[in-house]
Design a protein around this ligand. Sequence first.
Ligand SMILES: NC(=O)CC[C@H](N)C(=O)O
Length: 698
Amino acid sequence: MSTVTKIFGSKVFDDRVMKAKLPAKIYNSLRRTIDEGVDLDIGVANAVASAMKDWAVENGATHYTHWFQPLTGITAEKHDSFISPSPDGGIIMEFSGKELIKGEPDASSFPSGGIRATFEARGYTAWDPTSYAFIKGKTLCIPTAFCSYGGEALDKKTPLLRSMEALNTQALRILRLFGNDAVKCVKTSVGPEQEYFLITKEMYDARPDIRFTGRTLFGAKPPKGQEMDDHYFGVIKPRVAEFMEDLNEELWKLGILAKTEHNEVAPAQHELAPIYTTTNIATDHNQLTMEIMQKVAIRHELVCLLHEKPFAGVNGSGKHNNWSISTDTGANLLSPGATPCENAQFLLFLCAVIKAVDDYQDLLRISVATAGNDHRLGANEAPPAVVSMFLGDELNAILEAIETDTPYVAADKTKMKLGVNVLPKFTRDTTDRNRTSPFAFTGNKFEFRMLGSSNSIACANIMLNAAVAESLKIYADRLEGTEDFETALHEMIKKTIKDHKRIIFNGNGYDDSWIKEATEQRGLLNYRTTADCMPHLLDKKNVEMLTAHKVFSNRELQSREEIMLENYCKTVIIEANTMTDMAKCSYAPAIERYASSIAQNAMFKKSLDATIPCAYEAGIVKRLSVLCDRIANTADELESAVIKLSDAESIDEEAYMIRDTVLVKMAELRAAVDEAETITSKDFWPFPSYADMLFSVR
Ligand SMILES: NC(=O)CC[C@H](N)C(=O)O
């Protein structure tokens, strides 16, 4: 066995271990819980817990934790050791079924958006057996859902599981209509491409803005950025290669299918992509991947930046969510099939996605909304904030032929009537990719490109699954019990294309003319910022859909809106405070020192000989003095804008004020400091430059 096959999954209590360690009866009953959602009885839980503990202890674990994903966007853990006193004064290592299936963390300090007051400390964590337990360090981590005392979800996993269930229910109804009775379960899978930057720890330590906010808040454009396209897929530097090697090993041990690694477009930018897996597991794995990337980087004296736009002017970091729907019998429902019948089914699922993306474009935008991602969307190969879909030429032609009842030329001029017997065979689309499209069909899956690199993929997939479940439900309601299935199917697909073709766009998403056409002619939404989109989470149609499929309750939705806006406001306020601090306490004094040293030089020169020219010195001193005044004044104005936020009467209003005043002043302050950087001696400049940081790893 190669080393990789040996270490892969070695820290995971996966199917192989369960099979080997559990009595057959227990194993089969656990499998039924994992595969079919059958309730687990305490006897089984006790047996699993005991085997899990023995395995974990054998592998060096001393503690266990319920590992969950609160609404902070990161994961949470509270370790308990397995020890229990024994009568002889020693200890035994113990872990019960009760401890496995339920935890009661005193977790009052997590954001709950009003679901739970601080004095109501209790929250519950409940084991999610569909995601395997694993060992991190010396701790056995048990993936769990997290909810309040009253049963409301306080995490991202619970609604994600609910959305998968909603899609499963509706997709099965559709499959039955096509005579498919063998499929027991439909699941979505995802392969998220994780982009990130690596800079040296030395650079990181020297930049308070990166340390406090994850991104640079100042920095003049370097002489060289990504103009030469020489970093993308370029030779990986040895130090980065060592980091990647180490990272792969850690991920493989945790059963994470790390597959592709390469240099990305911007200097210092890289990407890691795993093989796709069930959405729930992919979400857990992506959270772990982000955590481990940061840990491994430190071992190499590097820092891994997961911010969406750590450096202005070069590519930001996204997390493209490659999403598909498949059955337990191994069929990918987004893959054009081999027979006309399969293609009719494929077209129905395709239409369900088209309808979902159009009807719930706002929810998709909301699902990726963060202060950081607002800076990324709309430039440097990240899609714009207007949601649209790219299907490619062949699929477009097919949809057009269906809509207009005209022959589909590429397929023997067969008229596109969607009767299962007359639909022509067509193969996988091989058209080009579109980097500016938020939602691109890539042959047998959709690539949702709007997610930012720090986003949990849970949110985007919750909305996507729920919206598609809703389309499928509407279809199933219409088709079930119809006399003439083929005609009804054909009419329904035709209607979907007519009603929703506005969302399909194959051109350049960055063109101003597209944004104009999208918003003015097609009526698509353009929510530029988190402040613009977040309140729409509570729009009637969104609440109705999400509650109808039991993905969120009303209260859970309100809490999410509040938490996301609070997060936006806090993030920007921390950025603003960091900026005023850096401007007042570091930049302005440094600029003053440099200007005064130049002024003194000029005076020395003049005292030697009054005819020595000092135009250079005078010019610089003048420019820097003007800039320094501007920096000081703008920093004051920024500070006042932040103080004024306390006048806001609601979190929505505070977010609007941030968008309209604080972010505007931040941009002005940055412009003044960046201009000063271009004429100040490096010896006086207090922080590393863009060039220093972007080219720091050699
Ligand atoms: N080449 C690429 O796919 C770049 C994507 C880009 N970094 C983004 O923000 O999404």
